[in-house]
Design a protein around this ligand. Structure first.
Ligand code: NAP
Ligand code: GDD
Length: 344
């Protein structure tokens, strides 16, 4: 039985990848941070009590800013494949917490690959690189496009990308960069724009909320489905030699277009409910992302399956279900829908 070790297992991608790997027969180990409340919602449906002899999913406490423990975990688990997904992954938040972002999102990668080098284990490593690294580079972007990072998050990911390439060349380690464009799902964090929109539109539809505050509606992104993208991560680690791949749909849409589509699918007029709040603007913005994934198509045989419209429908359906439960509770006087906590 192959063993995989995932950082970021509690995140959106971690949950889809865990499902995928368990279905392929892997034993899966995940790094989680200690929190005062449980933060395993996205993987709870996959978890079996570890006393069960058939359990194949195991969680371990740790943090990307503590290197010794990462080394101990790798030395004891000895995974065949490592998927390094853990990161402070919010671009807007990286302007509020630049030093923390550089530490976790940048140095965290170095700590992981140093742990591989120092323990001497034989393993394959996937680095969650990002289309955000392209920044101001004109579209379409592919593996040959020169990075022009526009945020502390992007700068940290560029560091990770290069240190992965350097360790590959210097020490002959199997380390791969997947440069993934934005990918979304019903499990997307609620402060990323697509989920923020589908979540609020569903609440507005059920009368739980009146207004959605957004930032820059003109930014354009190449949005795919996270479930499709995790398959590409796995395919990358099945190749004979490590390499770097762009994963994208090859379509781009503006935030305004996404918003308008979501509201109109719910028979709502977005202009009546959406207000622009400059607090959500970023000090520097990435205007257009549009990926060219032809290398992945040729070498990995990877192509996206879920269309832009199907993705939106999937997210709306799930958020309507959540909003219905909220409405039941609100009508019974148990809770209300809270307001915005921070500008994200
Ligand atoms: P996500 O939902 O924000 O998940 C991030 C994960 O990292 C969570 O499990 C989080 O744990 C964990 N984490 C954060 N700080 C940590 C720390 N100090 N130590 C250990 N774990 C830590 O992100 P995602 O959307 O799944 O993305 C996965 C990876 O791909 C990230 O590296 C992201 O930057 C990158 N990426 C994402 C996209 C995209 O469109 N989704 C595109 C390109 C690249 P908690 O649950 O405890 O917070
Ligand atoms: N979050 C957010 N909130 N974004 C908004 C809002 C808002 O209220 N209003 C407009 N936007 C715009 C942002 O300015 C940005 O141009 C776009 O919507 C997408 O923002 P996010 O959904 O936060 O994603 P991102 O593109 O900044 O970053 C995501 O994709 C990267 C890959 O390109 C994250 O998943 C990163 O971790 C990932 O690397």
């Amino acid at each position: 039985m192959k063993k995989a070790f995932l950082t970021g297992i509690t995140g959106q991608d971690g949950s889809y990848l865990t499902e995928f790997l368990l279905a392929k027969g892997y034993e899966v180990h995940g790094l989680i941070r200690r929190a005062s409340t449980f933060n395993t919602d996205r993987i709870d449906h996959l978890y079996r009590d570890f006393h069960d002899p058939n359990a194949r999913l195991f969680l371990h406490y740790g943090d990307l800013n503590v290197s010794g423990q990462l080394m101990d975990l790798l030395a004891s688990i000895r995974p065949d494949e490592i998927y390094h997904l853990g990161a402070q992954s919010h671009v807007r938040v990286s302007f509020d917490m630049p030093e923390y972002t550089a530490d976790v999102t940048g140095l965290g990668t170095l700590r992981m690959i140093e742990a591989i080098r120092k323990t001497g284990i034989s393993t394959r490593f996937y680095q969650a690189s990002s289309s955000e690294m392209f920044g101001a580079a004109p579209p379409p972007q592919n593996e040959k496009t020169v990075f022009q990072p526009r945020s502390p998050y992007a700068a940290a990911k560029v560091f990770s990308y290069h240190i992965v390439q350097n360790y590959r060349d210097a020490y002959g380690l199997y380390l791969t960069n997947g440069i993934l464009f934005n990918h979304e799902s019903p499990r997307r964090g609620e402060t990323f724009v697509t989920r923020k929109i589908t979540r609020a539109a569903a609440q507005i539809k059920l009368g739980l909320k009146e207004t959605l505050y957004l930032g820059n509606l003109d930014a354009k992104r190449d949005w795919g489905f996270a479930g499709d993208f995790v398959e590409a991560m796995w395919l990358m680690l099945q190749q004979d030699r490590p390499d770097d791949f762009v994963i994208a749909t090859g379509e781009t849409h503006s935030v305004r277009e996404f918003t308008q589509k979501v509201f109109s699918k719910l028979d709502l007029d977005y202009e009546k409910h959406v207000k622009v709040d400059p607090r959500y603007f970023r000090p520097t913005e990435v205007d257009v992302l549009l990926g060219d994934a032809s290398k992945a198509k040729n070498i990995l045989g990877w192509e996206p399956k879920v269309s832009f419209d199907q993705l939106i429908d999937m997210m709306i359906d799930s958020d309507l279900e959540i909003a219905r439960k909220e409405k039941t509770l609100t009508d019974a006087g148990f809770s209300g829908v809270g307001g915005e906590r921070l500008a994200q």
